[in-house]
Design a binder for this molecule. Sequence first.
Ligand code: KG4
Ligand code: ZN
Length: 358
Amino acid sequence: MPGQATTVLGIETSCDETAAAVVRRDADGRGTILSTVVRSQLLEHAPYGGVVPELAARAHVEHLDGIVRRALAESGVGLAGIDAVAATSGPGLIGGVLVGLTTGKAIAAAAGMPLLAVNHLEGHALTARLTDGLAFPYLMLLVSGGHSQFVLVRGVGDYERWGTTIDDALGEAFDKVAKLLGLGHPGGPEVEKLALSGNPSRFAFPRPLLREARLDFSFSGLKTAVRLAAEHIAPLDDADVADICASFQAAICDVIRERSRAALRRFAETLPGMPLQFVVAGGVAANRAIAATLAEVARDTGARLVVPPPALCTDNGAMVAWAGAERFALGASDPLDIAARPRWPLDSPDMQVRAHGA
Ligand code: KG4
Ligand code: ZN
């Protein structure tokens, strides 16, 4: 209920993590994670070098019930202590989304409690309020396996997308580069590790769109340049692979640095007088070179940088529970026949919070 403390069960199944969590939101807006359980499907997908949607959906079917049960037990409050259930209803791999959303609906119907159909991206966008109590507005850079975007977060349900990728997501670019170098999946951590011992200036890879004013990203040309360089010097020894990783990561960091500066400039112009607040979300935020680049941008621009802990940057149930709790506190809930959505941009008009019955 608005104005009261609420405890929300959150369910996340939109990609390759099966996750559930219980989060409490106090009446003053402070959040506490009572439990969070995440099962990664890395092993199921490893032989294929990427996420296989049908295998992902089957693994969610197999494991979600047990994970929800564990999250409820570990929270110490059990189902009786839950006020509402939140489930990711998009965007994502539709088979997986259906598993989580249907489970959320079933729990809501059986226990007679409200349902919140959560946009997965809103989960990422609001996490900094759960971890750091951040006030609106702030700029978010979301960099994951499926998304690379700048979003102005004005309030719950109130987002402006300022730039996105016109081809690959950043995590996807890391994964594809890793694959073409024969490294494991997911590629980001592998590339980061090898880059540490490589020479970042051996290959002058392109910095896509760097000179353009818009805030969009493009990574497919960079990926192609990496492939051509690798083919040119093949067969590759360990030092070659490390140099390619380091040079690739250096190009990424340059792009992130310039784009983030430009996005913060736009923030200052759009919201004069507002403190510059910059949040990073998504699995790629775990990359230390990228994190260091963002810290440097924050230092230079005077922005406050918030990077949630890695376990809350990657997909998890707590972010879904929290987004549900934030919406619920504003009086929102969703009907039990709400549809799962493979695509659902954060700035769609239906993201706005409509109080139930309004
Ligand atoms: O947010 P996430 O766990 O899942 C979604 O895509 O929603 O992000 C996973 C992505 C993968 O592409 C992975 O390679 C990338 O994040 N990633 C990294 C690092 N750790 C994970 N990329 C670069 N450096 C890392 N250390
Ligand atoms: Zn995600």
